[in-house]
Write a protein that binds this ligand. Sequence first.
Ligand code: ADP
Length: 682
Amino acid sequence: MTTGYRSSPVRTLLFALVYAAAVYAGRRTAMVADGVSLVWPAAGVGVVWFCANRDAPTRHLDMILLAVILGLGNWLTDTSPAVAVVAAVAGLVQVWLFLWGLRRWRPNLWGAGGTGTLRSPRDLWALFAVTILTCVGTHVVSLVGRGLVTHSFPIAFSVMALARHIASILIIGAAGIYIGAGLNRWRARPPRRRLSFWRTAEIAGIFTLSVAGHVGAFAYEHGLPLSFALLGLTVLVGTRLSTPWVLLHNSVISTIAVQYTLHGTGPFAHIDDVGRRAVIVQLFCILVALVGLALALGRDERTTLLTALAEEKAELDTQKNLLTAVIDSMADGLAVIDSDSRITMRNPAVTELLGGRCSPDDVLAGTDWYGLYRVDGSRYADDELAHLRALAGEDVRGVDMLVRNPGVPEGRILRVTATALPHPDGTSSAVVLFHDVTAERRHRDELTNFAGVVAHDLLNPLASIEGWTAAALDSLDGVPAHPNLDQAHADLARLTRASARMRGLIDGLLAYTTAREATVAPARVDLAEVVADITQARSDSAVAAGKPEPRFTITGLPAVQADPVLVRQLVDNLVGNAVKYTAPGVVPRVAISADTSGGMVTVRIVDNGIGIPEGQHDAIFGNFHRAHTSGGYLGTGLGLAICKRIVERHGGDISAADDPGGGSCFTFSLPAAVTHPHLSSV
Ligand code: ADP
């Protein structure tokens, strides 16, 4: 905290005056006890003064003033000049030690460099520890100093001085920190809430009761053993009144106790020696301050925690409501199912997707109740439902399930994803997501059926066309030259090419339906071998067709766990495209590489071809989509759709991108081989 230049001289002056008054008050008590001060408010005032002016430009003036006031105060009240100097030095040591200790253990507090106030019992204990350290340190200095100048070491004097200094710093210092931090806060945020009538009455009542009780106990010489009740009053104040009231209470009660005791009345008046009496009453004051503050700060800490908890709860409630609103408005069904298959949470979409059904005890076991089947219509085995598989530790992603019950007699296909959700108590639930894919699947199935039927049905007539074309060509052999003969040959050649294109299309359609429907039989497939075979065949056919021979660079291809037939089809399509889609006259260069991570092998096929037109990188994986219709590149637009299907059926991904060196880059992933993977390069 930096203190303003203009306000610090004013503060210096004010504190110096208060300090002088405190020294005077303290020394006045020395009159009744052979020159020994019985209370020492100046200790508390001094530390608060230096806390307030900690970084002020006037702090050197503060030090001089403190030393002068303290020295003069002692000297003028019958102390020798040498002892007065020792007292002045000890006073400076005291404030220095206090500031140092506070800075070290509670740097966030006002006066220690921060702006904070006492907030918890921990702050109080830190302040208490700093106070004790300060006072012990000061009294060592003071004792040694006095010893040097007076050649005597008054231990009893020191114990008394210790008690009065601790009481003073604890009571006045705590109040000073509280007021200093409060003023800081008040400047930033002055308005305060008003107290209710009953609360005001309670504060006034308890405060008055305690003050009256203490006056009653200390002011009169009635001989009644009332001291037991006094701490009870402090407990009442500490538990019911706020910290500022407790601080005020400490000061008032200390003043009452010290004043009356020194004048010979109250519970401690029977102690004959006035010095001992002073020590006991100081200890009483320290106890009152500690008990009151510990209770009040404990409550403050609790209140702060409760407020923080309440704010957190409100925040959590808001988030929960938002989340519930989002989940409830989802078209996808989301349910949490426990280990007994009980649905503990579901959004409205779940009921809707399950045909509006809700089993009496909300248990999702009932294939019979909910009508849950495999997509082929067969019944699930006992532990085969997605949530049970997830609870058994499997990560179930995108499994199709058929729901057919009176609510959805025509059947609905749901894609189910289930993940286990472990609980702190060791049990777990499954979070299940249902996505309606009925329309998608129907469309796909219709297309597949159509493609399959058409392909098969066209093969026969096509075979006839090819057969008859070949027969016609044969019968033209040996026909004598005729002007129409060349034309007939040319027409039949066109017919042959058209039939070949049609066969290509039919083969594509059949491959497409196979890729969709055929059961995947995963086995260990050595990618390096497959790629070597395919690239060799591509090179041979390019040479045979009189085209530039493609150059292949193949690196680090591991084994994969996949269906060998489908993998060959996949690689053949991609390598075929990489060679096919190059500009005329350019030697195709294709680089094939792979890396393995997280149990998946990612293969990259990079070419130096004509590239994929802007914005079509995803579309080319659709059925019959052709991005290059001009330029004489023949094709059906089915190859990449087949590739995508093959990769997806193995749980992988496929994508296309532009290669920075020109050309395209196709990337696909397949599961890595389960046993003994090895890398090989060709
Ligand atoms: P096609 O039988 O037409 O080759 P594909 O499904 O294999 O059908 O490919 C779809 C389209 O994607 C192709 O028509 C072509 O436009 C584009 N394509 C595929 N591979 C490449 C490639 N390596 N470079 C550039 N374009 C490509």
